[in-house]
Design a binder for this molecule. Structure first.
Ligand code: SF4
Length: 514
């Protein structure tokens, strides 16, 4: 294992360097030609990517292993790097590396993480570069003691805060926005750590679900608008008190056999210590704007987020889509995997057969090389394959959850038609994506978003479908409505951002439509 970062150790190669080195060993030193720098971990570049997943464990004798299992369940939220920090009341250990959770945390590595407290993080990065230095948890030795932090989301007032902290003498070890929060804690004039954390969180603007750890305490907090999910659970221990668990999604609790207690509330700071669980609202009064795209695509269908099962939301999106955009057809086919639940809802509502007419190869991805466009076409065929006998001679309704640039959708439409479908009707289980996200989701700039620059009919022509329709915004919001009246961010569909601070350059319309 050549790519782990034990806190404070520098000079560690990143994933592509390691791949080059491995390839050099097996290919007579020609690695540079075989593994280009832009080697892709994600051949399907036409999907949006979530930035991070976080977990925290308090009061378990093998907290590192529990954090590892939880990160394993959250791996869909980031595959670029992962890290776990543990504490035993006295010491704080931290190990992070580039790659998948299972690749980084072998038995041997986990044995170097003792303690009954742990926080963990799995990351795909948008802010800060992708180097190992920016992997999390970040550990900072501050005036308030040792603090480790792991963060899901994106701050939007970084520039101002960073400049003013540097004027106050802060020295940044990383380019990650998570470190800003730790530096604000370190520079806070509040007398206690919990006051300093509350003080620092109230100064940052944007999206964050955060877990933090000192030598003997765990903290968990959500931003005042509640953009990203964060759930709290409990694990029964045969001997001794229950363990308390926090995770980005409740699907992580299932693997730990933990019981879901509740969501951490927007603007809430929860502390777990030997005195038990305490909570305070560090911010109130801002309207909730939880990310609706978590329900559309990011979160796993077996998770319960923002007070609602994701599976139920997606099923209802499919049903609503069928009611709004029905078309005569023979079969409903999902674009796997994320389109499956909505397609089941659509098929049931429309009274049409649901068929897995496209099969996804789950083993493509991490080692696939994507050097240029003509190879990328091949990548989609590597990843998806049509089931000819289900598609031939059929009028097909294809269900997907988004069209970003349109290039992948066009390849899939061509693939289904090439397998013998007589008609291909594409249905999307959310409205057109017209604006980038600033809250922890990696979106292309507006000029690259096909729906920002073309009408639905223009997109239909580009992707070569017989018809194209999207779920309406009202239909989407109706699909996620619940008795708690959760408020949602819909900025990528409307351009109306819940916070003031966004990068104006990125939301300007494209100068020239492609
Ligand atoms: S802009 Fe879109 S992806 Fe970003 S938080 Fe809002 S709804 Fe979610």
């Amino acid at each position: 294992m050549s790519q782990l970062l034990f806190q404070g150790v520098n000079g560690v190669a990143d994933r592509s360097e390691q791949m080059k080195a491995e390839s050099a060993r097996t290919n007579g030193g020609e690695a540079a030609n075989l593994i280009p720098d832009h080697c892709s971990l994600f051949p399907d570049s036409d999907k949006l990517r979530e930035e991070c997943g976080v977990v925290a464990i308090y009061g378990h004798p093998d907290a590192a292993r529990e954090a590892y299992l939880a990160l394993y369940a959250l791996q869909h939220r980031g595959q670029e790097s992962a890290g776990i920090a543990t504490a035993d009341g006295q010491h704080l250990a931290n190990i992070k590396g580039m790659g998948l959770v299972s690749e980084i945390f072998t038995d041997d590595v986990l044995s170097k993480l003792p303690g009954h407290l742990a926080i963990g993080h799995t990351r795909y990065s948008t802010t800060g570069d992708s180097a190992l230095l920016n992997a999390q948890p970040i550990r900072v030795d501050s005036t308030k003691g040792l603090i480790a932090i792991a963060h899901n989301g994106n701050l939007v007032n970084l520039g101002n805060l960073r400049a003013s902290l540097e004027r106050d003498g802060a020295y940044f070890q990383t380019t990650s926005d998570s470190e800003i929060i730790v530096q604000l804690i370190a520079h806070s004039r509040s007398g206690t750590l919990v006051d300093a954390i509350a003080d620092s969180l109230s100064q940052v603007e944007g999206a964050f679900s955060i877990v933090m750890m000192t030598r003997d305490r765990i903290f968990a907090a959500r931003d005042p608008r509640g953009f990203r999910p964060l759930s709290m659970g409990r694990m029964k221990n045969a001997e001794g008190p229950d363990s308390i668990v926090f995770a980005s999604e409740s699907c992580a609790f299932d693997l730990l056999r933990a019981e879901f207690i509740r969501d951490v509330l927007p603007g809430e700071l929860v502390m777990v210590s030997q005195d038990g669980v305490t909570s305070r609202q560090y911010a109130t009064g801002l309207p909730q704007s939880s990310c609706v795209f978590e329900h559309v695509y990011f979160a796993r269908p077996d998770s319960r987020i923002f007070g609602r099962w994701v599976q139920e939301s997606r099923d209802e999106m499919g049903r609503q889509l069928a009611r709004e955009t029905g078309v005569p057809a023979d079969v409903v086919v999902p674009v796997p995997d994320s389109g499956v639940t909505a397609a089941l809802g659509y098929a049931e509502e429309a009274g049409l057969p649901f068929r897995m007419g496209l099969i996804r190869n789950h083993y493509v991805g991490r080692t696939f090389i994507e050097p240029e466009q003509r190879v990328r076409d091949f990548g989609v065929r590597l990843k998806l394959n049509p089931v000819h006998n289900l598609l031939a001679g059929k009028r097909v309704i294809l269900i997907d959850d988004s069209i970003i640039r349109g290039t992948t959708s066009r390849k899939i439409v061509r693939m289904v038609r090439g397998a013998g479908a007589t008609e291909v009707h594409l249905r999307i289980s959310c409205p057109p994506t017209i604006s980038p996200c600033f809250y922890g989701v990696d979106t292309p700039s507006k000029s690259e978003l096909i729906a920002a620059n073309h009408s639905v009919e223009g997109i239909r022509q580009f992707i070569e479908a017989d018809s194209l329709a999207y779920l309406s915004l009202d239909g989407l919001l109706a699909s996620v409505r619940d008795e708690h009246k959760t408020g949602y961010c819909t900025a990528c569909y409307t351009g109306n951002y819940p916070t003031q601070w966004v990068d104006v350059e990125d939301i300007l319309p494209a100068a020239v439509a492609p």
